[in-house]
Design a binder for this molecule. Structure first.
Ligand code: S3P
Length: 449
């Protein structure tokens, strides 16, 4: 009889995920699809909401984060069809026409929702907005967007010198700036570009390294005027251009594919094909890191779908070797560091991850949490101020772990548990639904005995 090594136990709103790998080796085989890209899903909903006319979105991520974005923009007058299948329509209000919401806008767990939306709210003159989020989001730094918006003339108030949500915003006519961002962050860049869209004149953002460019691609597709200077990592937007509703096809999220890429690489005798994965070069750092680690990964059927590169990705298990992940590669794999830490635990030698201090201000402190949770299982990880030092090759033993309510931590630990001896329990595993509601079902299907 078939049985699963994966069980889920619900306690109120919380879930414990139990993973009990067989003593004989597990092999992962099959073809899978993954949910839509989270970054592109947010942007499609937001640009659809402020465009003229109708936007249709195929393949939208039906996770909790895009639901937060949809709820916020519905509260400001956009008509967004229910997020209950992957074809969504958005009837936009038109540029500058977001309505003053009658209630607080709740971004939930989503930093992208809050930071991108702030650029739009701050630049809607005469309207007042309040934004908040969950426990995690209310502790994440908003000064990185509040400061440049204030330089443009925005009026924003919040705790800790206007740096923490809840935030109150009194919309203004803003003045264009050239902002030199101290960090490579697509959320910061996109926030300022969206404020610039509503501001007369040219607003420029320069970043120290290139971050994901989904906003630039989609803003152009919707009709905005953008100048991009790749040599200085600068983007200039000319304010005032009206956006027109578009058809957007959202590719699968490479950040979700990453769990299966690492699982397929570390679980012996595995071969997986992950179909329809977005392979935008600003997101494929994970493929370069795994190539350095000598993973057996090939891209097939490469194509471009509504302005974004897409491919099917085949991974076969192989013996991994340690590597150093640093510098300009970091922004291109920023969300994949937790699962790369798992890969490094199973690699020969010592992997160094550095220049990644940003991980400390994600949904959790991902450096501290990955080090503490994997070390509980027997890994040898030392936290660095801006990264991790991971001595590979020590066997893992199942233990009782916690997601710290961070979706990527929950899923990364689940993949590590596949290769541990004995049962692992991951508390608060429901966090996975933020970006990958079907994660546990897919894990069950792949590991059925
Ligand atoms: C995102 C940008 C990244 C990433 C986040 C999504 C986006 O954050 O970690 O999950 O959609 O713009 P930063 O821009 O803050 O690095």
């Amino acid at each position: 009889m078939e049985s699963s090594i994966i069980t889920l136990n619900s306690i109120g709103n919380q879930q414990d995920l139990m993973i009990d790998p067989p003593s004989s080796e597990l092999a992962l085989q099959g073809t899978l699809t993954i949910p839509g890209d989270k970054s592109i899903s947010h942007r499609a909903l937001m640009l659809g909401a402020i465009a003229q006319g109708e936007t249709t979105i195929e393949g939208l991520l039906l996770g909790e984060d895009p639901r937060s974005t949809a709820a916020c923009f519905r509260g400001m007058g956009a008509e967004i069809s229910p997020l209950n299948n992957q074809s969504i329509t958005v009837k936009g209000v038109g540029l500058g026409n977001l309505k003053e919401p009658l209630d607080v806008l709740d971004a939930g767990n989503s930093g992208t929702t809050m930071r991108l939306m702030l650029g739009l709210l701050a630049s809607h003159p005469g309207r007042f907005f309040c934004v908040t989020g969950d426990n995690s989001l209310r502790s994440r730094p908003m000064s990185r967007v509040v400061n440049p918006l204030q330089q443009m003339g925005a009026q924003i108030w919040g705790r800790k010198n206007n740096s923490l949500a809840p935030l109150a915003i009194q919309g203004q006519n803003l003045t264009p700036i050239h902002y030199h961002s101290p960090i490579a962050s697509a959320q910061v860049k996109s926030c300022i570009l969206l404020a610039g869209l509503m501001t007369e004149g040219k607003t420029t953002v320069t970043e120290p390294a290139l971050s994901r460019d989904h906003s630039e691609r989609m803003l152009r597709a919707f009709g905005a005027t953008l100048d991009i200077d790749p040599s200085t990592h600068s983007v200039t937007i000319t304010g005032g251009t009206l956006l027109t509703g578009q058809k957007v096809v959202v590719p699968g999220d490479i950040s979700s594919a990453a769990f299966w890429l690492v699982a397929g690489a570390i679980v012996p005798r595995s071969e997986l094909v992950i179909e329809n994965v977005g392979v935008n070069p600003t997101r494929t750092g994970i493929l370069e890191a795994l190539a350095m680690m000598e993973a057996d990964i090939t891209l097939e059927n490469q194509r471009v779908v509504t302005g974004e590169p897409v491919a099917d990705i085949r991974v076969k298990s192989s013996s991994l070797k340690a590597c150093t992940i640093e510098g300009e590669l970091i922004p291109r794999l920023i969300d994949e560091v937790p699962i790369l830490a798992v890969a490094a635990v199973f690699a020969r030698g010592t992997t160094i991850i550095k220049d990644a201090a940003e991980l400390r201000v994600k949904e959790s402190d991902r450096l501290a949490v990955m080090a503490s949770q994997l070390n509980r299982m027997g890994a040898k990880i030392t936290e660095l101020p801006d990264g991790l030092e991971i001595v590979g090759g020590t066997p893992l033993t199942g233990d009782e772990l916690d997601s710290y309510t961070d979706h990527r931590i929950a899923m990364s630990l689940a993949i590590a548990a596949l290769m541990a001896k004995g049962q692992t329990t991951i508390h608060r595993a429901e966090a996975a639904a933020v970006s990958y509601p079907e994660f546990v079902t897919t894990l069950q299907q792949l590991t059925v005995q």
